[in-house]
Design a protein around this ligand. Sequence first.
Ligand SMILES: Cc1ncc(COP(=O)(O)O)c(C=O)c1O
Length: 459
Amino acid sequence: MRRAEDRSSGGRQGIDLLGSHLRRAATESSVAGEMVGRKANRSGVGWGHCVSMAFMASSSQRNRTSARLAAIAESATLAVDAKAKALKAAGENVIGFGAGEPDFPTPEHIVEAAVRACRDPKMHRYTPAAGLPELREAIVAKTRRDSGFATTASQVLVTNGGKHAVFTAFAALCDPGDEVIVPAPYWTTYPEAIVLAGGVPVIIDTDEETGFRVTIDQLEAACTPRTKVLLFVSPDNPSGAVYPPEEVKAIGEWAVKKGIWVITDEIYEHLTYGPHRFASMPTLVPDLADQCLIVNGVAKTYAMTGWRVGWMIGPSDVMKASINFQSHATSNVSNVAQAAALAAVAGDLSAVATMREAFERRGRTMHRLLSAIPGVTCIEPQGAFYCYPNVSGLLGKSLAGKTANTAMELADLVLSESKVAFVPGEAFGSPGYARFSFALGDADLEEGIRRIADLVARS
Ligand SMILES: Cc1ncc(COP(=O)(O)O)c(C=O)c1O
C-alpha cells in the first residue's frame, strides 16, 4: 500500500521520445495535495488579507500558473497516442497500441439522431444543466436493463464524458485530506482527479498472481479513519480484469460495514469476454446505494469517444450538489451530443454485440502473440480492450544494441526501433508492465506485435 507521495516510483527514469509527461506523472501531485490543504487553511483568513498579499507580491514572485494546475501531469495515454500520430504524420509507419478507443465508426442511427438534432432550433439553446430530461429518463431505463440497478432521473447527471463524471464524483465527495483507496494498476486520470479535489490517493498494488483484483485483506490494511472513498473499476482499464460477482458483493458489503463511499466506474460494462460478466456493485449490495456513485458513458460501448457524453448516478443530496457545480462549471452538455447519446442508450445492443465479438477475437490474438515473446508474460484479458503484460523479463536485456531498465525506457526503445507505441506501466502506477490496446484493426495488431517479437528475436 502506498500513499500519493510515492505513487510514481519508477516514474523518474529518463525517457526522451515519449517526453517529460510520463516522468512527471504523479510525482508532483503531492504538491497539489499540499496546495489544496493550504488553500483550505487560508479560507478563514478573509479577503482583505488575501488582497493585500496580492498587492505585496510582485508579479515576478508569483507563479504564472497556479501550483494546483501546474502539478497536473498530461494524460500519459493521450500523450503516447499523440506521439504515435505525430510520427505517423511525419511519414513513419507507426503502429499505435496507445489509444483507448474503439476503431469502429459510431453506429449510423446514432449519427442520424445527431443530424436531426442539429436541425432542431430547440437544440440551439441552453438546456437544463443536469441533462436533457428524456436522456436522463433513458439512462434510468438503460441502467435498469443493463445492470439491474433502479434509480430515478433526478439522480442522474449527464456530463461531458465519463472523465468529467470521474472529476465530478471526486469533487463531490472529497474534502482536503480525505483518503481514496485506489487499486493499482489504475487508469491514469484517477489520481489526478482525486488530488485536484483535495483527496489523497492511497494505492493498493495488485498483480497477475491475483488477477489484478484487490482482496478484502488488502482493503482492510489500507483503511484508516481518513478513508472516505473506495474507487472500484470492473472491467478494468488497464489490466482487463473483471471481478466475479461474489467478489464484487464482498467488497460492497465491506464498504457498507466500514461506512465508506464507493465510486464504481462501469464504463466497460458491455465489454466482457468468455465466461466473464459485468456485475454492478450497488445492485448486488442494495445497502450500498446511499453511499455509492456510478460513473458511466457512451464512449466505449457505442464507439462514441469523440462525442463526449457520460453520466453519474448517486444519492439525491450528492447529486443536487453536483448538478449545482455543473450549472456553474459547464452548463449543459452539447445538445447534439446528448441527442446522439439518447439514440445510443435507448436503442438495442446489437451494434455493441458486433464490436464486442471483434474485440474478443483481437484480445485472444494479442494475448497469444504477446505470450509467445520470450520475457513477456500476459494474462488473458477478461474485459475492456487491453492486454496488460508483465514486460520485466525484457528489462536489463540488450535489444537492438540498447538496454531498457524500465517499462518507460522500453516503450521509448520500441517506439524508436520498431515504430510501435504502447503505454508503459508507470502511467498506471505499476512499473514493469505495459498496456496494449486491442481496439485497432486485426492486421495492424498482428503486425505491431510481430515487430516487437522480431526485435526481441534479433537481440
Ligand atoms: C476506466 C475509464 N473510465 C472512464 C473513462 C472516460 O471515458 P470518456 O471520458 O471518454 O467517456 C475511460 C476512458 O479511457 C476509462 O478508461
